[in-house]
Design a protein around this ligand. Sequence first.
Ligand code: SF4
Length: 415
Amino acid sequence: MFTACKTSIMTNRVITSQIVTGYQECQRKAFLLLFGNDQGTRHQYVSIIERQRILNRDRQTDTIIKQGRTVKAYDDSSLGEKNAVFVDARIRVDDCEAYCDIVESPSLSCSEYRPIIVTGTYKVSEEQKLELLFAGHVLGKALNSNIQNGSIIDQGGRSHKLKLSNSQKILNPILNSLSQWMVAPPTEPPSAVLHKACPYCQFSVSCREVAEKNDDLSLLDRLTPKLIKRYHGKGIFTLKQLSFLFKPRRSRKRKSKLHEIYKPELQALAIRTSKIYLLGTPELTRHPTELFVDIEGIPDQGFHYLIGLLICSAQGNSYSSFWANTQQDEEQNFRQFLATIEKYSDAPIYHYGSYEPKAFRKLATRYKSDIDSVRKRFINLNSLIFGKIYFPVRSNRLKEIGKFIGASCVSDTIK
Ligand code: SF4
């Protein structure tokens, strides 16, 4: 049975939009937001996105004013007013408080209330959709009616309409769990199990410290929550315990397969013994001239602003940087890069990871370029390491391996 927003309030705590979206991402995050004394430190990227969101909200508000509608600061008592637009609304009902950038009340052009979330990003995330669902849910409680639709306006000004009538199915499990926490708070926070969202979370420093102290399995980059659960089922909770599971196989029949399968146990052993382990020899044919490429971009905007190129030949090494200061420069930048590498048509093009081939595919499609011959020259150095070489580090990220082998970064942008 749905209980949230009806439960008698036993504490002064409220279930906010941030806590609801936090719970969906990580239960520990929701717990720390709800019960923690320290609210952590916001990541720089998240702060930039938040600033962009405020600017975007101001732009949307200006547009509404130009349309001749009345814009008001939100307060509970004025919510019933028709033909009004409320901005920066914190809608509180019982123990729930939803944030909504804009609430439109019924007008001649729209017969129903409409919650609007404004974003600082160009792409709409699942988290932002959940934020809107929660805003619609609490607004509905405040008006004692069902909110049917809402919108998300992205950084580019595009409006994405979302049906809110079935929001209960998604919200109920989250709100019920949070309500139970409010009534009977757990004595301990959920464990610090690191995952891909952690680097941007405000609690990343403290959670990493806890994970380090516990020598937690999630410190290994490639261990997924599913794999971690499987190891927990076997009574393995720490990297040290994991390291003792590795058993070298001598069977020749399995040799070829061994090269392809990643072994977390061996990674843990490499870390415990501070040694590099080889499960195979990477095969790489060297060439008189070799190219190394690295692309930097802003995924949210689909914008690739830098292509770095290192040319190694008998004459020495030379570096080139292809910068696009704006999206309009991107095509010319890409074409200049292609013209440069065409001068070395026999040279392999080394890259690290899957980002570069994907970026090239996107750029080639966007600018209608045939890059088939270029793509055939790509060699992913990461795939030469994967499952074969185990460095005593927690991930195969270039920065981490580079640091171990004594290579220093020219800039922070090296992946
Ligand atoms: S750092 Fe990671 S584990 Fe810790 S609260 Fe944030 S998302 Fe959860």
